[in-house]
Design a protein around this ligand. Structure first.
Ligand SMILES: O=P(O)(O)OC[C@H]1O[C@](O)(COP(=O)(O)O)[C@@H](O)[C@@H]1O
Ligand SMILES: [Mg+2]
Ligand SMILES: [Mg+2]
Length: 339
């Protein structure tokens, strides 16, 4: 009987990636710092009511959403962890109106970090999986002062992206542009261990994820697409589809990375001024990078999400991501409707 190979730690994975020329030492350290912060968030999340971390913070963010205590705490943990990182110039977060400069680092810092410190906030108090999403961009060279415009780079410019999901186990899913890899937190060792290399999303699927309660607000192409999924075997798609909706993007995307599927948060008429619910810079872009690196696709119904030129830090976007062929069908229906 052969001895099972011991999974390697994130640290070794990153050192090997550095030796292979995929990342430099600064980026390696930056990812290590983010992973360490995520461990601290995982610890806080797992304490639940015993840690006094559940419930509302009594404050709101720039998007007009009520902040949970864990939204605020996770944001602080990520900021604090990165404060002395000489490799980082600035951070932007769902929970901060403006970006934050890294004291003592700039102008030396050569990366920008964007994050959704706690994704799926509505699930915190009901003990359902939540997570953290992050995206890393290069800070443009030769700038005198860090400005918002320096963050407004299309997703194709990301040098790393990842998310952690705080579920029955804590997992980190990471891409540095060479595939998408999954690590599981070993709580005794205190380190993330590589549990799946090169995740692959099947091109076809029979599972979709959408908040159906918004159906009456959807535009015609979305109505058409969903009604065909719901029609099942006897409808135009000729197969039955199953539906799942955790309402934590991290958990829904993690399921898709594990067994395929399509995740949809379309633009709707509830608030026609908003081009979707999810945020481009720290939700859709990192998830699209991760999904594409696993062989999947991600669009806003008209174009590849990674190619959108951002105009605002907290810009919203419609999202169709997951199994390539299914994203292609949903996108085609939207493009056809545009004429
Ligand atoms: O409340 P809804 O419409 O189900 O929306 C759920 C979506 O909102 C989000 O919770 C938004 O993220 P935040 O919790 O970071 O604001 C996504 O994770 C999720 O996919
Ligand atoms: Mg979120
Ligand atoms: Mg959030």
């Amino acid at each position: 009987m052969s001895t099972p190979t011991k999974p390697i730690a994130l640290t070794r994975f990153l050192i090997e990636a550095q030796r292979a020329g995929h990342i430099n030492p600064d980026l390696r350290l930056l990812i290590e710092v983010v992973a360490r912060a995520c461990k601290a968030i995982s610890h806080a999340v797992s304490k639940g009511a015993l840690g006094g971390v559940l419930g509302e913070a009594g404050t709101g963010n720039i998007q007009g959403e009520a902040q949970k205590k864990l939204d605020v705490l996770s944001n602080e943990i990520l900021l604090e962890a990165n404060e002395w990182g000489g490799h980082l110039a600035g951070c932007a977060s769902e929970e901060m109106d403006d970006f934050s400069k890294i004291p003592n680092a700039y102008p030396k810092g050569n990366y920008l970090l964007l994050f959704d410190p706690l994704d799926g906030s509505s699930n915190i108090d009901v003990n359902v999986s939540v997570g953290t999403i992050f995206s890393v961009l290069k800070c443009p060279d030769g700038i005198d002062e860090l400005k918002t415009e320096h963050f407004l780079q299309p997703g194709t410019q990301q040098v790393a992206a990842g998310y952690t999901v705080y579920g029955p186990s804590t997992m980190l899913v990471l891409t540095i542009g060479h595939g998408t890899h999954e690590f599981t937190l070993d709580r005794e060792l205190g380190s993330f261990l590589l549990t799946k290399r090169d995740l692959r999303i099947p091109a076809d699927t029979k599972e979709f994820a959408i908040n159906m309660s918004n159906q009456r607000h959807w535009f015609p192409p979305m109505q058409r697409y969903a009604s065909e999924l719901l029609a099942g075997k006897t409808g135009p798609r000729g197969k039955d589809f199953n539906m799942r909706w955790v309402a934590s993007m991290v958990a829904d995307v993690h399921r898709i990375l594990t067994r395929g599927g399509i995740f949809i948060y379309p633009r709707d008429q509830k608030d026609p001024d908003k081009p979707g619910r999810l945020r481009l810079m720290y939700e859709a872009n990192p998830m699209s990078f991760i999904v594409e690196q696993a062989g999947g696709a991600a669009t806003n119904g008209a174009q590849r999400i990674l190619e959108i030129q951002p105009e605002k830090l907290h810009q919203r976007v419609a999202v169709f991501l997951g199994s390539k062929n299914e994203v292609e069908v949903a996108t085609r229906y939207h493009l056809e409707a545009q004429g």
